[in-house]
Design a protein around this ligand. Structure first.
Ligand code: MF3
Ligand code: CO
Length: 259
């Protein structure tokens, strides 16, 4: 899990570093596929089955009002002021690493910048609660409280999840709920915490491709995700990229880096 997490984060970091105004999301997805190939890891998105649907892209790329599970397409060209959620999920040595970050393209408005920072921080508020003997509801409530205190809305249609040999394992980790409820965490459990945060309304609508979920009001949406291991004192974040000795170093770097 440590190896897969680190690779997932390295792909995400390299791909985010390449995103520029004028690129289309198919190009970004293909670049993601090339980076994975070069690193000797496989996409866990491409070929993912949900009922009779099969996910067609290497990565999930969701622009502006697209919340999650966006597909790379040539017609979707990025421009200054856009945001894009880059969700990278890989398999290495049979184990999964899953992580996502919403980044800006060129200069974005102060409102959207605040949406991104609140969504990212809500993920860390949730992560902080993912310790031995706490419950799933402690994570859910921490995420929800942080988002709603800032005046934004959490998505309830999609949730975080257990992770391991499969991408989506038990338990579900909702981004809303009550402290002290739900399954109790145990040291060594691997989970993904992934809040999706809308600017105003929490409702979603499904796009015509059957995968992309969009904000019903057309307002921007942000999505952040880490894979982590539950531990006694504090969880061990697994999705930090090469070049950092630990997740804390990466988080400190992210806090000082520009968007
Ligand atoms: N982080 C996303 C999730 O857990 C990755 C989805 S891959 C897909 O839902 F193939 F299901 F789209
Ligand atoms: Co996930």
């Amino acid at each position: 899990m440590r190896k897969a997490g680190r690779s997932a984060a390295t792909v995400l970091d390299r791909l985010c570093g390449a995103v520029k105004s004028g690129m289309n999301t198919l190009e970004i997805d293909e670049l993601g596929g090339e980076i994975m190939k070069e690193m000797g890891v496989k996409s866990a998105c491409k070929g993912y089955r949900s009922g009779s649907k099969i996910f067609p892209s290497y990565t999930c790329l969701s622009v502006n009002d697209e919340i999650v599970h966006g597909i790379g397409v040539e017609a979707r060209v990025l421009k200054d002021g856009d945001i894009i959620s880059v969700d990278v999920c890989i398999r290495e040595d049979g184990m999964i690493g899953d992580n996502c970050r919403t980044i800006s393209v060129g200069k974005i408005s102060a409102d959207i910048e605040r949406l991104l920072r609140v969504a990212e921080q809500s993920m860390y508020e949730g992560i902080r609660q993912a310790v031995h003997k706490n419950r799933v509801g402690d994570v859910s409530a921490a995420v929800q409280q942080h988002v709603e205190a800032a005046g934004f809305a959490v998505i309830t249609n999609f949730v975080g999840h257990g992770v391991g040999r499969s991408l989506h394992e038990e338990p579900q980790i909702p981004n809303f709920g009550k402290p002290g409820t739900g399954l109790r965490f145990r040291k060594g459990m691997a989970i993904c915490i992934e809040p999706m945060v809308n600017m105003k309304k929490p409702q979603i609508r499904m796009g015509p491709d059957g995968w992309t979920a969009l904000a019903v009001d057309g307002m921007p949406s942000a999505h952040f995700e880490h894979t982590l291991l539950v531990d006694e004192e504090s969880p061990e974040i697994l999705t930090f990229p090469d070049g950092f000795s630990c997740a804390e170093e990466f988080i400190a770097h992210r806090a000082t880096a520009s968007l």
